[in-house]
Design a protein around this ligand. Sequence first.
Ligand SMILES: [Zn+2]
Ligand SMILES: [Zn+2]
Length: 355
Amino acid sequence: MAAAVGWAARDSSGVLSPYNFSRRAQEDGDVTIKVLYCGICHTDLHIVKNDWSNAMYPVVPGHEIVGVVTDVGAGVKKFKAGDTVGVGYFVTSCRACECCGKGYENYCSRMVTTCNGVDHEHGGAVTQGGFSDVVVVDEYYVLRVPDGLPLDSAAPLLCAGVTVYSPMVQHGLNSPGKHLGVVGLGGLGHVAVKFGKAFGMRVTVISTSPGKRQEALEHLGADDFLVSRDPEQMASAAGTMDGIIDTVSAWHPITPLFSLMKPMGQIVFVGGPTRPLELPAYAIVPGGKGITGNCVGGIRDCQAMLDFAGEHGRHHRRGGADQDGLRQHGAGASREQRRPLPLRHRRRRQPRLDS
Ligand SMILES: [Zn+2]
Ligand SMILES: [Zn+2]
């Protein structure tokens, strides 16, 4: 057992306070990681405030962890002390079911979340997340953080990044020249725009807020901006998009979004409005259009996403262009953090616990 200190919620007040606890003993297949950065995901806020009535207090949130390996078990093959690594939304799955076999551990019924989960592999202990100084994780669920990816902005990629990257790849929304719609410009929307542009796509942001136009076009590099409440603007883009990532977690009318897509276009929901969305059959039947959802991504997709982000950043540095590469979403999200808007993924950087 290793002593750990974290920031825990002890009730639904929203206050986090220092919390001393123990990490499980490192086993043969485990990696011990000193946490350097951890993103704040909206899911953390839901847990802290017990919005879903499942918080197991005291709970240390955080599932966008970046750190350095300090020790490895005797059976660990992928990592050694000193490696820079990440841990995302989950730390265990069964690795035997159909989902695990296909690389979608995120949909395994035995998947255990990085925080506020019940770790059936280790005596049913409640998992404590990355708002802490150390974590112990099975190497299978640890990601390599490629050289050159800034560590602070790599952290939000481990949940928000893979949440949009994985469905984009699954649905072929990663090809140069294709046209991607991104609904909503919170944390997830920021990352979706950056990945869309990094894939070489034409990206249009669709938002209810005209005030986000400048941010979308100038800061994030989107090609176009549509105000979803403006029927003329929406009509001007009808039938042009290959697919849409909808990141909005508040209820919103979705029928107009389908008319933006070409026949057989796919819309992917990654936000979670609690009120049921309205979907008339005529929105999807005539054009053979599809609707699907996505929750984070598997280990394979998460590693591919990090590698892609690292390579894209290196490419841009070589070219002397946008030095930020994919990191700018972090700065954008920090600006968002100060706004009193209901964003799906507010995030800011965690203060370093070791300084
Ligand atoms: Zn998350
Ligand atoms: Zn499984």
